[in-house]
Design a protein around this ligand. Structure first.
Ligand code: ANZ
Length: 934
């Protein structure tokens, strides 16, 4: 039979499902290998050809690892809480659970058609209560923990309470809020429970605190920094403003250093690591205290004695000519003199309107205001005026900078604008005071001179400041704690209720806290989140938390659930975790660089601290697949003399001769850039009477590469391609498009070639009438060479994740074997195994036809490469007679010229050409040519 891909693919997909072929065992003597895909959000649009790219690559890898004797865990699930289902619910009233269920069904059908080797018995859905029960449980563990910097790990909050009871706050070295109290054990015990709980919130790894958030009014919710682009929501493009709100946060900053160090231990793309490093933003510097000048002229209304700044260039402290505070800095009102109050108030009001991002990116406009107050430079005792300006961010460092106009560009512009002095900074690292004693003179009156050598620079300045109690070395991180609350419906409820205005965890036995029904998926009239609408949804002791968890909660630990997905006692059993440990290969999009991939590393480290998991890093190797871009097609509408669009369309090659404008046309009614004009007329009502100006009888469309999107009509649906060519062709074609990591345009034009290749492969096993026919004959050297070339090539390619190069090598191998008319079992059976990771259905079918009745080849052994077959031991010598090439003759390369001459002259075919004449001369060039002169 000819290659009947439809029947074959259906048959094997059914076989795999019925036999649970890819079910992984948690108890195996084989080495483990965990291949993970970033699980999809099941959107209403279903999969387009770009989505499966990474899944196909990981599936090839998973199948290959099985052939190599690994116990492979290759699961799939759904990241099924999220905004689109909720927005659809707002528009239509349909419960997001229903929308989600329908979308998942579509995804499942589409995924099944592609022939993935997923272990579906382990499917997870973040929106299902038996999954989010454990997301809530992990939240509870975080709430019950604090970060002990001395032990460099998270510990139970009970341990902290014990410490407070025994020794008060002394000796506690915690990652905490800034404004923690200092108290003795007696004072702690004397505190009310309320006061104690409030204090503990400043230490918990998840905590409630008033924070500035990205508030998107149109979406009715808070967004994470990585969900905001240029002041607009990434989804929907609505304006986002800064607003203060009580919010759940995650103390990810406790893990900054470990998150940074861990990057050196994992095999991830360097640019991705670099993005995480920048996001974490470690700065090594110093914090310096500038005493506030309090004198008769101006006695600021503050009990604070100094302003603390963070600087990475403490060595420039001699060049400080003013201090700048963020307009929000808490000391601003107290420091401002009555004369300056109006200007300062106006400036503070003005800067409130700008987002942090605007403030950082605007490097040109110089603005600010003088407070009227002064500080004293701790090294040379000079008076330094205090300004406010919005280029200083409240949330970074201490919200105050020592300004050095000769060292920093923004400080320089500011000094110019306000006419402030610019004192050259001395390069104290390199100053040579012996050669130029006048330099020393400039600082002769400062304490700093006492016993200090300028050359020692930064370290010495810090040492000096420390000795005076005026500063210390400080490491600062740019990363902020992660806001964890969302004012949305379709997310995990936070397992917390409020009593006396304090958050309390619900009891573990009451998990999961089920998402309640509501009458509408909108905030209440008073601006409360949708959960506030739920009636009869109350804890016995108080109201539940009304915000839900963010999209990244479930995805921050889901890979552990796959290890033991049905467990209802634990998020996964210790045994399962000890066996699978971590993800060996993770494939997914680079858009998750600082969101999901940072949060999951954070939760993993926390779970490790709790001894719940065994590895410090969750994903050993990570690959980002490139984006598949759309290949848009265009038609060109003719414009009439009045400038109006007509219903006539001009073929692309002729548009220079007319006035036209381009319109996207559905790529599914275009083939090889030629428009199907009949389908075009049916495509949209207004095109019914369309007319065409053709070239060579055809309408040729224009082409452009763009993002794949519905609005550009360039979405290619894998279902259509599978119906036409089959899943094996689609799998190979997606790989054939180019290197996995590269972004590349989709172009269906080449798919035919891959389909023809698979047919040709099928034909190797069949005679002219398509009867299955293989021979038991021993293979020739040439056949073995073709086979072993591809065995080695695929092995090497897969090991370095170069899937596209294998596809072309398969084509070469099949062409070679076709030319050799090879139908030998000894060759073809191995070839089937080698190709099976890429094109599993056709290979399974041929495997059975070859007589392997037991069923699947998924656990066969990958053929062993034998280098001997690749040694070139013969050469096809061109034989020429009197300078004319007559024929080729295979002669062993081990022979020397006299022996070669013997073989050639003695050959029967050569004799025929010589026609009985004796050669006058035979010239042999070893390994090149033989020339006979007669
Ligand atoms: C004096 C100085 C002299 C500085 C000089 C730089 C160059 P990174 O590396 O990003 O940590 N800075 C400190 N806190 C700030 C804030 N809240 N908003 C805006 N700028 C702030 O940058 C640290 C440097 O950025 C610090 O070092 C400080 O300026 C400024 F020649 O102090 B520097």
């Amino acid at each position: 039979m000819d290659y009947q891909f439809k029947d074959i693919e259906q048959k094997w997909q059914q076989f795999w499902a019925e036999n649970q072929t890819f079910k992984a065992d948690n108890n195996s003597a084989k080495p483990k290998y965990y291949v993970l895909d970033m699980f999809p959000y099941p959107s209403g649009a279903g999969l387009h050809v770009g989505h499966p790219l990474g899944y196909i690559a990981s599936d090839i890898f998973a199948r290959y690892k099985r052939l190599r004797g690994f116990n492979v865990l290759h699961p799939m699930g759904y990241d099924s809480f999220g905004l689109p289902a909720e927005q659809y619910a707002i528009q239509t009233g349909q419960h997001p659970a229903i929308t989600t269920e329908t979308n998942i069904a579509t995804y499942r059908r589409q995924l099944d058609q592609i022939g993935f080797s997923f272990d579906w018995s382990r499917e997870v859905r973040t929106s299902s209560p038996d999954f989010y029960k454990w997301t809530q449980w992990i939240f509870m563990q975080l709430f019950n923990s604090w970060y002990n910097k001395s032990a460099d790990k998270a510990e139970s909050i009970d341990k902290l309470v014990k410490h407070f009871e025994q020794s008060g706050s002394a000796g506690v070295n915690a990652a905490s809020d800034e404004e923690v109290l200092t108290f003795t054990a007696a004072e702690w015990k004397a505190m009310s429970n309320q006061a104690q709980q409030e204090e503990l919130l400043k230490y918990r790894l998840t905590y409630l605190r008033e924070s500035t958030v990205n508030w998107c009014a149109a979406l009715g919710t808070v967004l994470a920094n990585d969900e905001v682009k240029d002041g607009f929501s990434e989804r929907g493009g609505y304006p986002v403003e800064q607003k203060k709100m009580m919010q759940w946060s995650m103390r990810i900053t406790a893990y900054s250093e470990r998150l940074l160090q861990g990057l050196d231990t994992i095999d991830w793309p360097e640019p991705l690591k670099e993005m995480q490093r920048n996001w974490i933003g470690k700065s090594v510097g110093a914090s310096v205290k500038f005493p506030i000048n309090k004198n008769a002229d101006h006695l600021p209304l503050t009990t604070h004695d100094y302003i603390e700044v963070f600087t990475t260039r403490v060595d420039t402290i001699f060049g400080v000519t003013f201090l700048v505070l963020a307009p929000e800095h808490e000391l601003v009102p107290a420091l401002t003199t009555p004369e300056q109050k109006a200007v300062v108030d106006a400036y503070v009001a003005q800067s409130k309107k700008k987002s942090e991002l605007d403030r950082m990116s605007d490097t040109k406009t110089v603005s600010g205001a003088f407070t009227g107050g002064y500080v004293i430079n701790p090294v040379n005792h000079e008076l330094v005026p205090i300004f406010i300006a919005d280029y200083v961010l409240a949330g970074y460092g201490t919200g105050a900078v020592m300004a050095v106009p000769s060292g920093d560009q923004r400080d320089y512009l500011f000094a110019k604008h306000f006419n402030l002095p610019i004192v050259p900074i001395i390069d104290i690292q390199n100053i040579d005071t012996e050669a130029d004693p006048t330099k020393e003179g400039a600082y002769i009156n400062s304490d700093f001179m006492n016993g200090l050598n300028y050359k020692d620079g930064t370290a010495k300045v810090i040492e000096f400041l420390e000795s005076k109690g005026a500063g210390k070395a400080k490491v600062n991180f740019r990363m902020r704690d992660a806001i964890f609350g969302r004012q949305r419906y379709w997310g995990e409820p936070v397992p917390v209720y409020f009593k006396d205005n304090l958050p309390h965890l619900i009891e573990e036995k009451d998990l999961p806290l089920i998402l309640p029904e509501v009458d509408k998926y909108l905030p209440t009239e008073t601006g409360e989140p949708p959960l506030a609408r739920a009636t009869n949804w109350k804890h016995a002791d108080g109201a539940y938390e009304h915000s839900t968890m963010p999209g990244w909660a479930g995805s921050s630990w889901y890979w552990y659930r796959y290890m033991d997905a049905q467990n209802d006692k634990e998020f996964a059993s210790q045994k399962a975790i000890e066996y699978w440990k971590d993800v060996d290969l993770y494939i997914g999009g680079s858009e998750h660089a600082t969101g999901h991939l940072l949060y999951s590393r954070f939760w993993n480290k926390f779970l490790k601290d709790m001894n719940l998991v065994v590895e410090e890093e969750p994903f050993k190797k990570l690959i980002n697949q490139g984006m598949i871009q759309g290949r848009s097609n265009f038609v060109y509408r003719l414009i009439d003399d009045g400038g109006r669009g007509t219903n006539t369309f001009v073929s692309h090659g002729l548009i220079k001769q007319y006035k036209t404008y381009p319109l996207h046309v559905d790529v599914n009614i275009v083939e090889n850039d030629i428009l199907d004009t009949n389908k075009f007329k049916q495509w949209r009502d207004d095109f019914q009477d369309a007319e065409f100006i053709l070239e060579n009888g055809k309408y040729i469309c224009g082409v452009e590469i763009e993002k794949m999107s519905k609005s550009k009509f360039n979405v290619v649906n894998p279902d259509d391609l599978i119906a036409r060519y089959g899943a094996d062709t689609l799998r190979m074609y997606e790989m054939f498009l180019g290197p996995l990591e590269q972004s590349k345009p989709w172009n269906t034009n080449g798919i035919e070639g891959v389909f023809k290749f698979l047919r040709k492969f099928w034909k190797l096993f069949h005679d002219e009438q398509f009867n299955f026919r293989v021979s038991a004959d021993a293979p020739t050297k040439a056949e073995l060479k073709s086979l072993h070339k591809i065995i080695r090539k695929v092995e090497e390619d897969i090991d370095r994740f170069s899937f596209n190069t294998s596809v072309s090598s398969f084509m070469i191998a099949v062409n070679e074997l076709t030319d050799l008319k090879c139908n030998k079992r000894a060759i073809l059976q191995d070839l089937v195994v080698v190709l099976s990771s890429y094109a599993p259905h056709i290979c399974e079918e041929l495997w059975v036809l070859l007589g392997n009745q037991a069923g699947t080849l998924s656990y066969a052994a990958y053929p062993k490469f034998n280098p001997e077959y690749l040694i070139e031991d013969e050469f096809a010598y061109p034989i020429s007679i009197n300078g004319k090439m007559k024929m080729n003759l295979n002669i062993s390369l081990s022979l020397d010229p006299p022996a070669i001459e013997n073989v050639v002259v003695g050959n029967a075919d050569v004799q025929k050409y010589l026609d009985g004449k004796a050669p006058k001369k035979v010239i042999v060039v070893k390994g090149r040519i033989v020339n006979i002169v007669v």
